[in-house]
Design a protein around this ligand. Sequence first.
Ligand SMILES: NC(=O)C1=CN([C@@H]2O[C@H](COP(=O)(O)OP(=O)(O)OC[C@H]3O[C@@H](n4cnc5c(N)ncnc54)[C@H](O)[C@@H]3O)[C@@H](O)[C@H]2O)C=CC1
Ligand SMILES: CC(=O)[C@](C)(O)C(=O)O
Ligand SMILES: [Mg+2]
Ligand SMILES: [Mg+2]
Length: 328
Amino acid sequence: MKIYHEKDIDMGVLEDKTIAVIGYGSQGRAQALNMRDSGLNVIVGVRKDGKSWNIAKNDGMEVTTIEDASKRADIVHVLIPDEVQPKVYEKYIKSGLEDGNTLSFSHGYNIHFKNIIPPKNVNVTMIAPKGPGAMVRRTYKEGFGIPALVAVEVDVTGDALDQALAMGKACGFARAGILRTTFKEETETDLFGEQVVLCGGVTELIKAAFDTLVEAGYQPEIAYFETCHELKLIIDLIYEKGLTGMWKNVSNTAEYGGLTRRERVISQEVRNEMKKILKEIQKGEFAREWALENQVGRPVLKRLREIEKELKIEKVGSKLRKLCGLEK
Ligand SMILES: NC(=O)C1=CN([C@@H]2O[C@H](COP(=O)(O)OP(=O)(O)OC[C@H]3O[C@@H](n4cnc5c(N)ncnc54)[C@H](O)[C@@H]3O)[C@@H](O)[C@H]2O)C=CC1
Ligand SMILES: CC(=O)[C@](C)(O)C(=O)O
Ligand SMILES: [Mg+2]
Ligand SMILES: [Mg+2]
């Protein structure tokens, strides 16, 4: 497996190129700022009446409409939400793509599921950080970076990979390392990761453990610190030193208790369910469900967001984070 670091990547390929970052949210803001601070020629394309326009202006970015940015740029880097990309692409981006331009993404979703079919005469690339936007910016400023995946779906100019790698280097990703993948592999593994572990799995694990303690009569504040707050500190050890490094850092009691109990928590039944979730992703069933949910105005997402906000763990957590000085 080849891993690209800064020394392997020449930024010269982007010297005379204009990069339009479309969208200025979680990834758009972080990547646009990092690429600008790395000396690249970046313009931002956003809606004129949206909040992002002023945020980008206040950051000192050159801001214009999505249509104008797409027309002017050599590389159009699409960083608006996945579910709105197909419509915005058709309406404002497609007509601006010229022969030999590059259409770039940070997630393979719409190319892999064929919601966007680019013209044949442009490069189609991906540079996808394995971390949230806030961390893309924070680690860059600290002199480090988030690892990322690079992929090329179409290469008409012969240097599509070099362009995507150079964008990744400018974002700080090559400080940690950039791995080569395909649109299919990135899309399917990314969806699986966020559903089963990173966002879905971990929140349900926290909720279940918190509820178990509170229902047994323990103080919710203590349950919060035990099942949520401390999780970050343990995960930091795993992030830096692996599973073995974490086990070395906790007590022998924790190590024995954890190693002998964990398969009762994540049982074979849970593993079987993970396989089913992966199949739904691979068959495109999840993508179809998400498209339908958007078509009807996102009733499920809206309701689930409301329920999540009202959870006891959220009220307790918010109070405690303020008391700890973590949150204002
Ligand atoms: N959020 C993250 O940390 C990560 C995101 N990605 C990928 O990056 C891409 C961008 O995702 P996020 O940064 O989460 O997006 P986001 O939700 O933060 O994007 C918000 C931006 O999109 C604009 N926008 C929203 N709806 C729009 C519309 N209908 N028309 C025009 N502009 C609109 C907003 O004005 C704002 O500038 C996606 O492909 C996502 O899968 C990849 C890795 C991590
Ligand atoms: C932050 C990230 O990598 C995710 C979870 O895949 C996403 O936000 O889509
Ligand atoms: Mg991801
Ligand atoms: Mg994702």
